[in-house]
Design a protein around this ligand. Sequence first.
Ligand code: CA
Length: 702
Amino acid sequence: MRLRPAAAAIVLTTVGCGGPSGDPSGPGTVTDEVLARAVPDGDWLTYGGSYAEDRFSPLDQITLDNVAELGLVWSYDFELRGGVETTPLVLDGVIYATGPWSVVHAIDARTGQRLWRHDPGVPRQRGRLACCDVVNRGAALYEGKVFVGTIDGRLVALDAETGRVEWETLTVDPDLAYTITGAPRVVEGLVVIGNGGAEYGVRGYVSAYDADDGALVWRTYTVPGNPADGFESEALARAAETWNGEWWTAGGGGTAWDAIIYDPELELLYIGTGNGSPWSRHLRSPGGGDNLFLASVLAVRPATGEYVWHYQTTPGDHWDYTATQPLMLADLEFDGALRRVIMQAPKNGFFYVLDAETGEFLSGQPYVTLNWADGIDVETGRPVERSEAVYDTEYALITPMTLGGHNFQPMAFHPETELVYLPVQEAWTRRASDPDWTFSGVEIRGDTLVSAPWNTATRGASAGRPASGSLVAWDPKAQESRWQVPLAGFWNGGVLATGGGLVFHGGGDGRFVAYDAATGESLWVAATRIGIIGSPVTYTVDGVQHVTVAAGWGGATGRSSSPYGEAADFDQRGRLFTFALGGSAEMPMPRRERPLYVPELELPTDAAALREGYELYSQYCVICHGGGGGSEGGMPNLQRATRLTHDNFEGIVLEGMREEEGMPSYRGLLSPEEVTLIQAYVVSRARAAVRAAETAEEEDPS
Ligand code: CA
């Protein structure tokens, strides 16, 4: 079946296509009234496109029949290294896109020229607190301001026209390992923002600030703190009954680092909460318990943050199964009646449909292979856990692995197909608890992270099973897949659905593809050669439909592992790409990856020195540069470092020579002698890699 573009055009007419410039409150002003419109029209004003966050645009100039004529109009360089997970916002021909290090870029949608750029100046040391790269997923627009959360926990309000700072507020305790990667949401004059950090022992919460001046209006914690300090609410006092031991010493977790959505009719704000800290329930809450409100959808009053209801997807989370994944509102027919529902595909592998008013569990089925539960009890809404998945000191083989069956990558819903387009990922992991683990705390001196315990449970390998990714068209009523397209690899971008009957999606191989929403047939491909983990948006410029997507390999998987397919051969610095029918700009060619390189330098080569170099490297470098200095991901592969880099190794590591690009200084943490040992270790790994490549060539008869 092919969709009829005419049907979508009717939707467009009924909502009006004038854009915010037609609003009586003034040109280009995003007001509550503008935000309350059911669907995005000529602009793309919020992270998920509308309050419902269904990422559907009724624009239908680009159709199944003409999408093949789509071409590049311009591209824009984000300049800094790091993954680009952004969903750009578009208002009156201006694009607001966030890049690595929480930098906001305002770009002319006609030309791709920069209008302004705001670098909030996050100390590069702070990047070491980011479990999953120095990414940012997007900004918010409201009454002439652009709001962005920063990696170091600030909420910044900028003048949308000039980029000037209007106000700025610190939303976290800087002595704890909080980070912000998610997009703020604006609800009735309040800017709502969460945070991340549950891998480093923090307690999750969401805060709401006055959009005018940045004053804190409310803060709602997602897990209870130390009972001796008193509970902030009745709801948290009740939640504390589901915890045991001294859970608060390691923060408890439950960080709300992504999904926050608003239903103006029900006047509810929905928050997706994260995993437990530490991961192992045995260590976190000895004696058991559900550990509310971990891994839950939490509904609160938007004006006060007051608890209304919760639904917990993974009681007593034990597997880093966050429920921070994107939430979406829709009206769906259930048992003959139209229900207002929330849909979510959290990490744990079940696709959920919940009643948006009450939190009642309506249905849930696996959208990927999962082995930790046998299904969900329809009476109680609780998963039927498999005891063999509840690892202790013995390893258990688990799927989905810790990055989930689905991660931050936004999904889209097409009101005509009534399908949810969902980027899924499948992999296995071995997990066990370390019985000797205790929370050692995070030590931060100034902006310098001295020690940060990762979670707890011993992280096992992928168990030798291949990881894979695909784009799934999921029928949320029947709870089954309608079509599924295999992708080049595990880690990919978010989805957009349009009135032209199309679904747009970018992959970790850098290919940006338009699919037929009804069948999954691939109708158009643009090869950017840069792994795509951003989410596409569509809008009009001078009445002409455009599509924009960010490429920029990185994030939890991409920071230290290679993109897929042809992208693997190229430098992965991020770019923003804009397409329109008849676009004829040439696709820029990224720099090719440099060859492996072994500099001829006087460096120690004895086993003891290399061992020490390895240990220092493992403590300070591995999280970004990958094992052996050989990351093929978004961060530089040190085995390919040039002579120039090697000659300046100490200056780069200790003097901050490349701080602008994101490489922090380790002055005060490492001595020059230790830096030499790290360099010696990296060079030894480069030498081994060259040898391995030569041996492989000898063995290959071709
Ligand atoms: Ca986590």
